[in-house]
Write a protein that binds this ligand. Structure first.
Ligand SMILES: C[S@@+](CC[C@H](N)C(=O)[O-])C[C@H]1O[C@@H](n2cnc3c(N)ncnc32)[C@H](O)[C@@H]1O
Length: 382
């Protein structure tokens, strides 16, 4: 059992009940950077909930005080590197008894599915994939694919026993996709052009079948596990179906080795599989895959989100990253956040799920006057 605190106290965390809320203690949580704070390199800040929980002071005069409070609470005192935010009162006036602590995302602590803590992502990756001849990295990938090779080719199988969330997931994705297609291609997007999508880490073709094939004329799938891609091939409509929407190519390959055909796709959909890729392959995959997009095309990434830092799943050899961790990687990929949306309606015990639409060019604030009430603000990821 690890030192994971939930509002009710420490809890055992099983893989299928991913209650990795990463609440460090009742009332303390790692907060995202403030919106619009371009100098957010020091975020996320460790902040006390307001009002502070019983028995905890609202302010910590020194990092040592905070550290000893965390130890007292049986929390790892090295969870974060303590550093006052540049804009915080302590940076302006060191005599003031106020402290906010912060660090860059990848320097944030994380944990594995047994509750073991890591000081930062670098420590975790060094242990998981090593630094030298690539042997451990190959092992990471073969363990990951090996896990999925032992899973039944069914919706329940690819959703880790949560087949019943399929409906809510597809509904959430459809709302997001429709808005994006209409934004990017115009409201009558379906009538004018032949749309093509790529379903990455497609599993048995659940997303292709329930969503992508309803909006795209052609869908290609890429998936490393043979019995999944074969199940997809058998269940998806092909050339013999004359409704102008068909699955065309089935690539049996892992994403870290895959490069899409140049200029073919309006949307490259990446759902619940990018956690299998280590950071450098995440970045090189997206950099390579950009060539696959049409000029107005975009990536849609839908993933589980850790509250802070990361959570390593030792069973399927995947990593769940925080929103800030993702944004740092998008930045390294040279991708821009066009829009994002939280998935609603999933069981509480699961990770939060987020959808990101990413473009290769800096998004313009198109239709600004018309859509003043819209909340989306295209912005370069900082
Ligand atoms: C949770 S399932 C999700 C499947 C599908 N995207 C869906 O939402 O139904 C994770 C998928 O990632 C695939 N996967 C595992 N390692 C991968 C890799 N290195 N590259 C691409 N996909 C991978 C698995 O085989 C599995 O099909």
């Amino acid at each position: 059992m690890g030192r994971i605190w939930t509002p009710g106290g420490p809890q055992f965390v099983s893989r299928k009940h991913k209650y990795f809320d990463q609440i460090l203690a009742p009332g303390i949580s790692v907060a995202p950077p403030r919106r619009g704070d371009r100098d957010s390199s020091l975020s996320p800040a460790l902040q006390l909930a307001s009002p502070p929980p019983e028995g905890l002071p609202g302010v910590f005069p020194t990092p040592g005080d905070l550290s000893s409070t965390l130890s007292h609470l049986q929390l790892c005192p090295s969870v974060l590197e303590f550093e006052p935010r540049r804009d915080s009162p302590i940076a302006r006036n060191r005599s003031q008894p106020l402290l906010e602590v912060s660090c860059t995302t990848m320097e944030t602590r994380g944990m594995d599915s047994t509750g073991r803590e890591f000081t930062n992502a670098e420590e975790m990756w060094r242990e998981q994939i090593g630094e030298e001849d690539g042997h451990k990295k190959r092992q990471w990938y073969s363990n990951g694919v090996g896990y999925w090779e032992g899973v039944e080719a069914s919706i329940d199988g690819v959703l880790g026993g949560y087949g019943h969330v399929n409906g809510a997931d597809i509904k959430g994705s459809e709302g997001f996709l429709k808005t994006l297609l209409s934004d990017r291609l115009g409201p009558d997007f379906a009538t004018h052009q032949r749309l093509v999508a790529l379903d990455c880490g497609s599993g048995i073709g659940r997303v292709s079948k329930n969503l992508l094939l309803r909006y795209f004329n052609e869908v290609d799938l890429v998936e490393p596990v043979t019995h999944f891609i074969e199940a997809a091939r058998e269940s998806l409509p092909d050339d013999s179906v004359l409704d102008n929407h068909k699955a065309v190519n089935f690539y049996c390959q892992p994403l870290q080795e895959f490069t899409p055909e140049a200029g073919r796709y309006d949307v490259i959909w990446v759902q619940w599989c990018i956690g299998q890729l280590v950071d450098d392959d995440f970045v090189s995959f997206f950099k390579r895959a950009k060539v696959g997009l049409k000029p107005n095309g975009l990536f849609i990434l839908k993933e589980n989100i850790a509250k802070a830092g990361f959570v390593l799943d030792k069973e399927d050899h995947s990593i769940t990253r925080s929103d800030l961790y993702f944004k740092e990687l998008f930045n390294q990929c040279g991708l821009h956040l066009y829009k994002s949306k939280d998935q609603k309606g999933l069981p509480n015990e699961l990770f939060a799920v987020k959808m990101y639409a990413l473009t290769t060019n800096i998004p313009k604030r198109a239709h600004a006057a018309k859509t003043r009430s819209q909340t989306f603000k295209p912005a370069i990821i900082t």
